[in-house]
Design a protein around this ligand. Structure first.
Ligand SMILES: *Cc1c(COP(=O)(O)O)cnc(C)c1O
Length: 483
């Protein structure tokens, strides 16, 4: 099920999103606010994929959902009921996990800087603590002594591996703020040997997010195994998360662009100038007659290694591929393997629904302005990330143009997508931004005094509100300002 078009209308499972939007509008609860819509079925499917793959390993395994990807307790509850544990990055995430009812023994509190109350809470609940540095270790020891509690720790190591992801989400290379450098590991182990409040349960490594290349993970696993062979008393290996999802999955490769929009042609021509004369020739006439489609065009550009930035490619491995890599490494069967994905469990399970406010042009750039913006979907502005965008209903236009899809926020970096092949929509037309289940609602903000939007969970033909939108009053209450 998930998201699919039926006769021109986008559905989430059996719910027509246009109808849903109308209903919300009529109810008066959400005047014009965008909404996140999640498919329960997709969440369950992703969890099953991980569980099936993990069950094929000879080892005991643990599936920890990385809560920072999505903190909605209703969604966490589903994951708990499906048997997941959680990886947390703050004391309040830990409180949230306890409130949802996760069992502490396999929870992991991660963090390159923890306040004492956060470490204390982790020790009191008995969850695993990822020790990130010598100073973090010292704090863990101090707090465990002060309250006479045993610390069960994993050592997060930086193995200096390039995961080939955007630098802002790369965490496993030398120079990263995360983890203990490999060379310092021995020293940290020595410090622990003399302490009886602390017990090392295992090693942890998380290379970064949106990983598309299993080579880095393979290397990381090999290095972890070597470390393990050197040290006897370790029970767990936590391989982190980071698997990408295919953000390009819904792109229709066969779409043609209108020849009036010749920016892409210009881009290509610009690149062509640098090519040797025996290089790639674009058939201008064919292109101008709209004969060249996106797929052919990408293929040609790829062959010549000149894929423009506006056309990202995607070669995402499957969950099964990832776990096969673990199997290949051949960890001893007594070792428990923990994986902690966020994005690959919830990323593809939601769309952001918004509507068109209007269209405009500036210079030779065309814009579609929607009610959705960077305050709901920050990833394009933050990481230049690609999210597929399309309308939720039929649009009467015979041609497509190159559009930048933007929101109303007062920042030029407020865009949801650039250079998209879209028809010219009517005012009020429904717009969906795909794959916003991870790192969108959890990163949403009140910038520009915008209210964080509602979240809706679809289950078959029914839906329920799992988060109300903020009200103006909610947003202002912390100021305690009286007129
Ligand atoms: C963010 C994070 C993850 C999850 O990363 P995804 O890319 O969402 O799978 C896993 N482990 C740690 C330590 C993290 O900080």
């Amino acid at each position: 099920m998930g998201f699919e078009y039926r006769e021109g209308y986008l559905y989430c499972e059996n719910v027509c999103l246009k109808d849903l939007q109308e209903q919300l509008k009529d109810s008066g609860i959400f005047p014009d606010s965008p909404v996140f819509v999640y498919s329960k079925d997709l969440i369950l499917k992703n969890v099953k994929s991980y569980q099936q793959a993990l069950n094929s390993l000879p080892n005991d395994t643990g599936l920890n959902f990385s809560v920072k990807a999505n903190t909605n307790p209703h969604l966490l509850r589903i994951l708990r009921d499906e048997g997941c544990s959680v990886t947390l990055v703050s004391g309040n995430e830990l409180r949230l996990a306890l409130q949802v009812g996760f069992t502490p023994s396999q929870m992991v509190l991660n963090g390159n800087g923890k306040c004492r109350w956060e470490t204390r809470l982790a020790l009191e609940t008995g969850c695993l603590i990822n020790v990130d540095s010598e100073f973090d270790l010292k704090q863990t020891i101090e707090v465990s002594k002060e309250f006479n509690l045993e610390a069960r720790v994993l050592l997060r190591i930086n193995l200096n591996i390039d995961a080939h992801v955007h630098p802002y989400i790369s965490t496993g290379m030398a120079g990263s703020k995360f983890g203990i450098d490999e060379e310092q590991l021995g020293h940290v182990m020595d410090l622990i040997k003399t302490e009886n409040h602390i017990k090392v349960f295992g090693l942890h490594c998380h290379l970064g997010s949106t990983i598309q290349d299993l080579t880095a993970i393979r290397l990381c696993l090999k290095k972890l195994k070597t470390k393990l062979d050197e040290s006897i008393d370790i029970k767990y290996i936590n391989i982190g998360g980071g698997l990408n999802i295919n953000y390009m999955e819904h792109v229709d490769d066969t779409q043609c662009i209108d020849h009036e929009d010749d920016q892409i042609l210009k881009q290509v021509e610009g690149k062509l100038k640098d090519l040797p004369s025996n290089g790639f020739k674009i058939d201008h006439q064919k292109y101008k007659n709209k004969q060249i489609n996106r797929r052919d065009w990408i293929k040609k550009l790829k062959e010549h290694d000149m894929l423009p930035d506006c056309i990202p490619e995607n070669t995402t491995p499957s969950i099964k591929d990832l776990i096969s890599t673990v199997e290949e490494t051949g960890f001893h069967h007594s070792i428990k393997i923990i994986v902690e994905p966020g994005r690959s469990i919830v990323g593809n399970t939601a769309v952001l629904l918004s509507s068109v406010l209007g269209c405009k042009t500036s210079g030779n750039i065309r814009f579609i302005v929607t009610t959705g913006s960077m305050t709901e979907v920050l990833r394009p502005s933050l990481y230049d990330a690609y999210h597929h965008i399309d309308f939720t209903e039929p649009v009467e236009d015979s041609t497509r143009h190159l559009y930048n899809v933007v929101g109303p926020v007062c920042e030029s970096t407020d865009f949801l997508g650039k250079d998209r092949f879209l028809k010219t929509p009517h005012e009020g037309c429904g717009v969906a931004v795909w794959d916003v289940g991870a790192y969108c609602s959890s990163m949403s903000s009140n910038y520009n005094c915008r209210v964080r939007p509602a979240e809706i969970l679809v289950d078959g033909s029914s839906w329920k509100i799992i988060r109300k939108p903020d009200s103006y009053e909610d947003m202002m209450s912390a100021y305690e300002y009286q007129q």
